[in-house]
Design a protein around this ligand. Structure first.
Ligand code: ADP
Length: 394
């Protein structure tokens, strides 16, 4: 086991900055996923840890050692990649033990380690199989076992499940979690699939354009995203974003259809400041359910557009301004809002209705800097307080 630290790592290829001033501090025994869209620099970051790439600037540390210029074999790491290359003419035992045999490890020791590794990935009874007699998932497990027998301090895995079908991928996620628990080894795992990152990691490092956006436990990234990028990337379907402006009494959306009351000073925002409200589909409710919420907003009139029944829930696309043109490039133009409701909800297409937002789940972002300003708008001079003030004015 070992910690992994990147200090101010930069990797430039001609005019492309693949990794831009990356600082990562991965603890001993931690399972960290590097996640982000294709081309954001995940693999390059991993390659600098593996020693397959030397950073242009900055340093890489594994345990107490600086390894920036050390070759991969001297770093105490094992790698598993998307494209597994098993030796086709060797059986599973020989594939798993190949590296150990190269290093002249005693036969007894090889036997012991192959047994342990094949137990961990559940390949018992398959040690004499040839690769072409195995499924994709089984071959991937051989690749993982081959990494395990080297008893590395750190496992590096770059999209190891990408080539597997959806069902097997979900199964292998559970296996990798179990593997982590059993081996107690540091695992750094690259994926573009936020669901994979959410389910497996102790912490997620969200990367965009070569820059680290946030590194936190999955639920912190989900509930307290640091900025608009993380908010939009983590969670499926994505968070709704409503652009608008701060007024003297709260927020008004650009299409004037959504108002949220709060005291700007209590949130540290000022009237006329451009802000974006973020709300996840599961935090939008039909107004009839407002009673069930401790902190609902005022009802928002909407028209239902398209329904997507998913079995365990229905995604309802709402338009806050049904007369505006729907622009697929810019869902905000027509005030599109996605709501997730119970599968038996009596909702049809083109229906006029009212919805409320759960104020405790509203996120506020500065539109210009894209940074989060507030998560949850409650007890801050909200709708209830405003109503009281209005009543006392009467
Ligand atoms: P990801 O793994 O997130 O898909 P990569 O780390 O592979 O992203 O790539 C990050 C950026 O660096 C991309 O723009 C990619 O084109 C560029 N890049 C990666 N490797 C090289 C290379 N060897 N030469 C030139 N550009 C590269």
């Amino acid at each position: 086991m070992a910690s992994v630290t990147l200090k101010n790592v930069v990797k430039r290829y001609d005019d492309v900055t693949a990794v831009d001033d990356m600082n990562l501090d991965i603890k001993d025994g931690e399972f960290v996923c590097l996640v982000g869209p294709s081309g954001c620099g995940k693999s390059t970051t991993m390659e600098t840890i593996a020693g397959l790439t030397i950073p242009t600037e900055g340093s890489v540390h594994i345990g107490n050692r600086e390894v920036t210029n050390l070759p991969p074999k001297d770093r105490g790491i094992s790698m598993v990649f998307q494209n597994i290359a098993l030796f086709p003419h060797m059986d599973v035992y020989d594939n798993i033990s190949f590296g150990l045999r190269l290093r002249n490890t005693p036969k007894d020791e090889i036997d012991k380690r192959v047994q342990m590794a094949s137990d961990v990935v559940q390949l018992e009874g398959m040690l004499d199989r040839m690769p072409d007699e195995m499924s994709g998932g089984q071959r991937q497990r051989v690749a993982i076992a081959r990494a395990i027998v080297r008893e590395p301090d750190v496992f590096l895995m770059d999209e190891p499940l990408a080539n597997l079908d959806a069902k097997l991928r979900v199964h292998m996620r559970t296996e990798l979690q179990r593997l982590h628990k059993e081996l107690d080894t540091t695992i750094i795992y690259v994926t573009h699939d936020q669901a994979e990152a959410m389910t497996m990691s102790d912490r997620i490092a969200v990367i965009d354009s070569g820059e680290l956006q946030q590194i936190d436990p999955p639920l912190v990234c989900y509930n307290e995203p640091a900025n608009l990028f993380v908010a939009g990337f983590i969670g499926s379907p994505s968070m709704n974003f409503v652009p608008g402006v701060v007024t003297a009494t709260g927020f008004t959306s650009d299409n004037d259809k959504i108002e949220i009351d709060f005291d700007p000073a209590s949130l540290g925002v000022t009237p006329d400041q451009r802000v974006t409200v973020g709300i996840r589909p599961e935090d939008v409710y039909p107004a009839e359910q407002a009673d069930e919420l401790a902190n609902p907003t005022k009802p928002i009139p909407v028209t239902t557009d398209v329904l997507e029944p998913m079995g365990d829930e229905i995604f309802v696309y709402l338009l806050t301004d049904k007369d505006a043109e729907v622009d697929l490039e810019d869902p905000n133009a027509a005030g599109q809002l996605l709501m997730s409701v119970e599968p038996d909800s009596p909702i049809s297409e083109d229906q006029e209705m009212e919805v409320v937002l759960d104020r405790s789940k509203i996120h506020l972002f500065d539109t210009e800097t894209e940074q989060a300003l507030q998560h949850g708008i409650v007890d801050l001079g909200g709708d209830a307080a405003t109503t009281t003030e209005a009543e006392s004015d009467d």
